[in-house]
Write a protein that binds this ligand. Sequence first.
Ligand SMILES: Nc1nc2c(ncn2[C@@H]2O[C@H](COP(=O)(O)OP(=O)(O)OP(=O)(O)O)[C@@H](O)[C@H]2O)c(=O)[nH]1
Length: 301
Amino acid sequence: MNDTKQRCGFVALIGAPNVGKSTLTNGLVGTKVSIVTPKVQTTRALIRGIAIDGDAQIIFVDTPGIFRPRRRLDRAMVTTAWSGAHDADLVALVIDAQRGLDEEAETILNKLKDVRQPKALILNKVDLVEKPKLLDLTVAVNAAGTFEATFMVAALSGYGVEDVRDWFARNVPAGPWLYPEDQLTDAPQRHLASEITREKLYLRLHEELPYQSTIETETWEDRKDGSARIEQTIYVERESQRKIVLGKGGQTIKAIGAAAREELAEILERPVHLFLFVKVREGWGDDPERYREMGIEFPRE
Ligand SMILES: Nc1nc2c(ncn2[C@@H]2O[C@H](COP(=O)(O)OP(=O)(O)OP(=O)(O)O)[C@@H](O)[C@H]2O)c(=O)[nH]1
């Protein structure tokens, strides 16, 4: 790719809690992502996901729930959220079309007047709203703020999401990409996390349990405090093996978990909360689904 053509920029996703920012980000990125938090970004808002569209790399940054702060801590959170907006290249205001211009949305719209960056309005959940109401809402929000573009989307089904991505791709500033192309999701990290636990399991049980287990990272949550919460399941073939992995009073699994957590925290350079489960899945060794999850693809018969 010709580097001089590249574009790259930060888009702050602003909106009340539950308006669908996560769902929208997943749609924009094109895959289910957990938040990515590369080190260079630690002073800015958290990254929700990175989308690539042609020559453009679009980095969506989170603005933790903007609500009316009552406690001091809440106020601090809101300040962080708005600083994310001021730092971004572009701002996307996401409004739940069904909820419309409620008090929360009004508050956000008012504060948005101080944000200089170009803004796009995204009315989400349009599947839940009749057309006339949607048009009224579009007019009302555009009267209350200045938006370069208005989009009507249903993030859940993907309706309209591509248009949003294209607009951001065209409007982020020219400049080289800041992140490698494969950093769209935490998938490589998930795989790595499974491998580490597998290693600890083998180190501990190499005699009793050779190759009859598989480990899957089921959930990975990058929390706003900077830590990662990871849930993994160790699949074994028989109940007797499950007992071995658990150990007396759960001692074996505890030791495996502690060792894996320690190493993961070191590699990721942040605190890790690791939760391990052991499940019996008979004949998992013959199940192609499992192989796929391990990253091994078998041709169809
Ligand atoms: N009907 C409908 N529901 C949606 C749509 N998009 C999101 N939702 C639902 O709205 C709820 C909230 O979505 P999230 O993506 O978690 O919202 P969020 O803004 O990221 O929430 P916070 O992370 O708490 O700020 C979920 O139950 C979604 O399934 C949509 O287009 N249509």
